[in-house]
Design a protein around this ligand. Structure first.
Ligand code: ADP
Length: 267
């Protein structure tokens, strides 16, 4: 299966805040620059690329010189509104270094349930791809609270990226995180944890191995990644979960190297 990845034509890449923002809250320009380089280069190779990017709150906090995430949802939405424009500015700047056009698509996860919205979003994405523009997708934070309200509905953009992959019938979803892949336990707390290289189906057993909300990384992050993988598998597509510290890793994943965790059927 890994050997097939170089044939992937339509690729959705999802980056989390951990790839875009340093632990001290400032923006990781080198990661963003590398990401722009890699995605623009893949686009030049004739592949179709969609970027799903989190980070609006992180960038907003930095821009507003706030040290911590404010407690209320409206405050977080306001920070996201400031951060989203700044994030897009940074992306547009970096991508333009490589003569690559980008377009912002803000959407909510429920578009999948409303045929008309679903069709509209799909049309927009298809049109952007046809124009060789890289869509940069994020949840519309002003409208939806799923992404923000981690306490009740963990999620990040993991589900959204799987939905985008589904809508666009992408060949692969590359999900970049702050960890090398999916392990048999949270490697931060369990040194015995082993990295899975290939998973063909998500079951209860695997779900139980994903760190839960009670852990110090309390966003339920890994479970939501497994749920995204489940959606991808149900659509007979593939997903690779890998470390986004060096976005150039995307080239290696597509070259078929054994990197991260591949979620794909056995075909
Ligand atoms: P991101 O911000 O990139 O979306 P998350 O913080 O949501 O990432 O999820 C990644 C984190 O999930 C890892 O840093 C790790 O601490 C934690 N985790 C919990 N269980 C597992 C597991 N079984 N395998 C890998 N990581 C796990």
């Amino acid at each position: 299966m890994r050997q097939q990845l170089h044939k992937a034509q339509r690729i959705v890449v999802k980056v989390g805040t951990s790839t875009l923002i340093y632990p001290n809250g400032t923006i990781n320009l080198s990661a963003i620059d590398q990401l722009a380089f890699v995605l623009a280069d893949l686009n030049n190779q004739g592949k179709e690329i969609i970027l799903v990017s989190s980070g609006a709150i992180g960038v907003g906090l930095n821009k507003l010189q706030m040290a911590t995430r404010p407690p209320t949802i409206p405050e977080q939405q306001a920070v996201a509104a400031v951060g989203q424009t700044e994030l897009m500015n940074i992306y547009a700047q970096r991508f333009s270094t490589y003569s690559q056009q980008t377009g912002q698509v803000l959407m909510t996860r429920d578009v999948i349930d409303f045929p008309e919205s679903r069709q509209n979003v799909t049309n927009t994405l298809e049109q952007l791809l046809q124009m060789q523009v890289i869509p940069i997708v994020n949840e519309n934070d002003a409208v939806s609270v799923d992404e923000l309200d981690h306490l009740t509905k963990f999620g990040d953009n993991d589900q959204l990226s799987a939905i985008v992959a589904q809508l666009t019938k992408a060949d692969i979803l590359i999900m970049l995180s702050d960890i090398d892949g999916f392990y048999s336990a949270n490697p931060l707390t369990n040194p015995e944890a082993k990295l899975y290289s290939h998973i063909t189906a998500i079951d209860e057993n695997l779900m139980a191995q994903a760190g839960d909300k009670g852990s110090s990384f309390g966003t339920g992050g890994m479970r939501s990644k497994l749920k995204a993988a489940q959606r991808v598998l149900e659509n007979d597509s593939a997903m690779v979960l890998a470390n986004g510290k060096q976005p150039q890793i995307i080239f290696e994943i597509l070259a078929g190297k054994t990197i991260g965790t591949l979620f794909a059927g056995n075909q």
